[in-house]
Design a protein around this ligand. Structure first.
Ligand code: SAM
Length: 242
């Protein structure tokens, strides 16, 4: 499917987020492995195991960045399926596209630059929408969730993988890590402590498990549930379009 190329005007927060990801795009994949100790791979595998996708289905990976989930989605939809990799940031997106094309992605893959708040896709088009570590960066999460709902077919699934609220046992270590270790790691590896300070802050402000679940219900999702991963450091939320 050719959705064309659409760039949506963005306001201040979106501009700032774009700046952050422009500056980290090159080191992004290395940083993911370093910062999470490789755990992001496990969290993404857990997500892919819950898409319910079958050969021939259509999937959308929003805020897909360098395309980790997209790669798995392509495998799941098979020869007859369709996957769209979408992100607001052109640097991340072209990195993702290059990587996937190098690995043999063909025209089952479309790449679309878009703000998750204003999706350039038809109603009821996708069987599954994923957004991993992306919703946190979106200014109007309610609008974005409503858009995800709109582009899903009835019975289609939304999977939101995102940092969440860790349990009491883990929280002290987690705070120490994200406010002390993380910015230093960012400075050391990417020469950019600010971006990783922003990361820690944006994680603090992100809605906890129950709040995000309620937001999904407000957007129209049914049978909303979530899975805590690594003691709630990360949660996978899933909801269905009724
Ligand atoms: N999903 C990928 C992953 O898990 O590795 C990338 C996650 S990365 C931490 C967050 C991505 O969200 C960035 O690529 C950024 O450009 C994108 N993003 C931020 N705000 C967005 C928005 N409003 N709409 C779409 N994408 C956005």
């Amino acid at each position: 499917t050719d959705f064309g190329f659409q760039e949506v005007p963005v306001e201040e927060k979106a501009r700032r987020v774009r700046g952050v990801f422009d500056s980290v795009a090159e080191r992004y994949d290395l940083m993911n492995d370093l910062m999470s100790g490789g755990l992001h791979r496990v969290w993404k595998a857990f997500t892919l195991a819950r898409t319910g996708l079958r050969p021939g289905d259509r999937a959308l990976d929003l805020a897909g960045g360098t395309g980790d989930l997209t790669r798995g989605l392509l495998r799941q939809v098979g020869e007859q399926g369709e996957v769209v990799l979408s992100d607001i940031n052109a640097s991340m997106l072209s990195r993702g596209r290059d990587r996937l094309v190098d690995e043999g992605a063909d025209d089952r893959l479309s790449v679309v630059q878009a703000n998750a708040e204003v999706l350039p896709f038809p109603d009821r088009h996708f069987d599954c929408v994923t957004i991993a570590f992306g919703l946190r960066n979106v200014t109007h999460k309610d609008r974005a969730l409503a858009e995800m709902h709109r582009v899903l077919r009835p019975g289609g699934r939304l999977l939101v993988l995102e940092f969440s609220r860790p349990n009491d046992l883990i929280r002290p270590f987690y705070d120490l890590y994200s406010f002390q270790v993380l910015p230093r790691l960012g400075e050391w590896v990417a020469g950019d402590a600010d971006s990783y300070r922003y990361l820690a802050e944006s994680i603090r402000k992100h809605p906890d498990q129950a709040t995000l679940g309620a937001m999904m219900e407000t957007a129209g999702f049914a049978r909303v549930e979530w899975f805590n991963l690594t003691g709630g450091v990360v949660a996978l939320h899933r909801g269905y379009r009724a």
